[in-house]
Design a protein around this ligand. Structure first.
Ligand SMILES: Cc1cc2nc3c(=O)[nH]c(=O)nc-3n(C[C@H](O)[C@H](O)[C@H](O)COP(=O)(O)OP(=O)(O)OC[C@H]3O[C@@H](n4cnc5c(N)ncnc54)[C@H](O)[C@@H]3O)c2cc1C
Length: 407
């Protein structure tokens, strides 16, 4: 039998999403030899969020990358606004945040990842291998010592002192490690589709909310990426009612889409996103650490998943980079990452679960057209809008760059 070719490195990162690319970049910047493996051939995928939070932009500033990053095409939203039961309202005001950037940035995630990939490739201890899918963990005496990956050129083994599993919600790393998952249970799914943009359309906002239903529009230049919340498992029922009924449901919430809703003329154009909120009980074992959506799958609510994934990566580098440069890190070191990042995760997931159970359910509620009391309060006292801005824009326990910059 042929033995697969072997590579030795200090750290192998599985997954080139926000968590993996940021962790790879920061560790390489600290002089750690890192190999990032990404199963796709490029970063161009629809099923991604587009938000870049003030705390992420703060991290970019700390890394000296902010000015260059902001030259990429993006939109800046100093306020999050939405339409609730027909009323235009402002919900969060970022203009008073104690951060360099007092706005949420909107940028397609592939641009963000391409930017980081280009920056990371300038570092001598960084390597990114696209089209490398990890298919197994390598174990020796219960310790994870590397991964087996397959690429168009065949299979290969990569041995490392540390494997970082940043391979998202359906991670092979946590599955093969036998980690237990705690599901929080979400009563919604999302239909994900594209509709063209026209002159005079409303500018980027949080979304259109009406009696328990939510329509989110991400402005991607010449089209909107549209998310329409439905009750979990409700797609078959929606298909039975037919496309015209779905068109009516969408237009009822976003009337300005009336003139182009028939662009959705085939179920092929409508993808189902199964929303999950869960987290691993243990994020690590000897030789393996899981971060980002792998450790805690987030719902799109509040658009905080990318930020949380990046914050995990920053904490990982802060806590591990200096030690990892010289050798393996202990289980105790890895557990410190979980201990630091677990409570912000729990807090945000609790908020998301509350929203899905009580506010955005995907089912027609019999709420009146009046605004909910909390939203009215935010309109009466606009200064209060800095509170949601802080929670969403910075989040609990924001991380700052403390890992060394050798390169
Ligand atoms: C439709 C949708 C909309 C969203 N909208 C927003 C939003 O607006 N704002 C926001 O903050 N969050 C949003 N989220 C959540 C956000 O996208 C995630 O929380 C975030 O991407 C998590 O980053 P990550 O790096 O941990 O994982 P991911 O982004 O999932 O990245 C994992 C990477 O690992 C790769 N991979 C997987 N398995 C393997 C393997 N075996 N071998 C090699 N590579 C592998 C994948 O290809 C992927 O590139 C949204 C999520 C969805 C699904």
């Amino acid at each position: 039998m042929n033995t697969p070719p072997q590579v030795l490195t200090r750290c192998v990162v599985v997954g080139g999403g926000p968590a993996g690319m940021m962790a790879g970049y920061l560790l390489a910047r600290a002089g750690v030899d890192v190999v990032v493996l990404e199963k796709h051939a490029d970063f161009f995928r629809d099923f991604r969020g587009d938000t870049i939070h003030p705390s992420t932009l703060e991290v970019m500033h700390e890394l000296g990358l902010l000015d260059e990053f902001l030259k990429l095409p993006h939109q800046e939203l100093p306020r999050l606004r939405g339409v609730i039961n027909g009323h235009y309202v402002s919900i969060a005001d970022f203009s008073r945040l104690p951060t360099q950037c007092k706005f949420i940035g909107f940028m397609p995630q592939w641009d963000f990842l391409n930017f980081f990939a280009a920056k990371a490739k300038e570092l001598p201890s960084f390597a990114l291998h696209m089209e490398h899918e990890v298919v197994d963990l390598l174990l020796e005496n219960e310790r994870v010592v590397g991964v087996r990956a397959k690429s168009p050129k065949g299979a290969g083994d990569i041995y490392a002192d540390l494997v970082i599993g940043a391979d998202g919600r359906h991670a092979i790393t946590h599955e093969r490690a036998g980690f237990e998952i705690q599901e929080l249970g979400v009563p919604i799914d999302v239909l994900w589709m594209r509709i063209s943009k026209r002159a005079g359309d409303p500018e980027q906002m949080l979304g259109f909310f009406r009696h328990g239903k939510l329509l989110v529009l991400l402005d991607r230049g010449d089209y909107f990426q549209v998310g329409f919340v439905i009750p979990k498992g409700g797609l078959d029922e929606i298909k039975k009612r037919g496309l015209p009924a779905l068109h009516r449901d969408i237009v009822e919430i976003g009337p300005f889409l009336q003139d182009r809703i028939t662009e959705l003329d085939d179920w092929e154009k409508i993808k189902l996103l199964t929303v999950q909120i869960n987290r691993l009980k243990k994020w690590c074992r000897e030789g393996l650490l899981c971060i980002g959506d792998n450790a805690h799958a987030m719902s799109p609510a509040g658009g905080v998943g990318i930020n949380l994934a990046l914050q995990d990566a920053v904490a990982t580098a802060n806590l591990l980079a200096a030690k990892l440069k010289h050798g393996a890190v202990s289980l105790d070191d890895l557990e410190k990452v979980q201990a630091r990042r677990e409570w912000p995760t729990r807090l945000i997931q609790a908020m998301q679960a509350f929203i899905h159970r009580n506010v955005v359910t995907g089912r027609e509620s019999n709420s009146k057209d009046a605004l909910p009391f909390l939203i009215r309060l935010l309109q009466w006292f606009p200064a209060l809008q800095s509170l949601p801005a802080r929670f969403v824009g910075i989040g609990p326990r924001p991380e700052h760059i403390q890992s060394p910059a050798i390169h």
